[in-house]
Design a protein around this ligand. Sequence first.
Ligand SMILES: Nc1ncnc2c1ncn2[C@@H]1O[C@H](COP(=O)(O)OP(=O)(O)OP(=O)(O)O)[C@@H](O)[C@H]1O
Length: 265
Amino acid sequence: MSTDDHAESTETTDAETTPTAGASTDASAVTGDLLRVQGLDAGYGELQILDGVDLDVDSGEYVTIVGPNGAGKSTVMKSVFGLTTYMGGSITFDGEEISGENPEEIIHHGLGYVPQNENVFSSLTVRENLEMGAYILDEVPQDRLNEVFERFPILEERQQQKAGTLSGGQRQMLAMGRALMLDPKLLMLDEPSAGLAPDLVDDMFDRIDEINESGTAVLMVEQNAKEALRRCDRGYVLVQGGNRYMDDGDVLLHDEEVRQEFLGG
Ligand SMILES: Nc1ncnc2c1ncn2[C@@H]1O[C@H](COP(=O)(O)OP(=O)(O)OP(=O)(O)O)[C@@H](O)[C@H]1O
């Protein structure tokens, strides 16, 4: 278990990113070969929210970020995608420094991002939304479109329907499908279960598992922390804009301190 006073301190120590022995899978072997965030400071305008955040995602890994409301979880993802004010630290993706780049540039590296809100164009059809997902390419990649339809058959059925008429679950699938159109190496999902009826939440998590099992790394922010930690390889607990814990999902899930403080006992 990795703990520290990071919420109160801006100093980065080895302890906060180095898990203790006994992890159920090998969290200590993480290299951050796909995404490596080191000492990230970022915020909105002059307002600093993130204070020295460290985060790694390896190729093919499934990583989740949990933590209390307002901790800065969404801000981490937005910052990786170039949507906040970059204030310091380093973000490398697939070996290239991307800190300070804008989303148009970042998407070319193979990073997909599904924001929590306004993640589809309501007035466009399902198919048009998916085609928009590949807007950086000269032509819509038919093989990708077919793969998305295979993964989410309901989107093929409803391809001529306006996205605004879809149910919450279908809209979420469309948002993920859109991000998958460019076959990203890493798919970042902000609260994919938010607003879904309870009986749809499991289905959504199953689909995310499948996306990850097909080789796409996943970085997910979730309020549904227990389920997210159960499903992921590794998790981070973020508090007040800084890392508080990092370890394998199962280890965090069963850690007494994490359970009491962040998982409702
Ligand atoms: N566009 C913005 N401008 C200014 N402050 C913002 C903006 N977006 C978020 N914040 C602030 O940044 C802090 C972190 O917000 P963020 O949404 O990243 O937290 P979170 O951990 O994802 O929380 P939640 O689970 O409630 O979504 C909060 O204090 C929030 O009010």
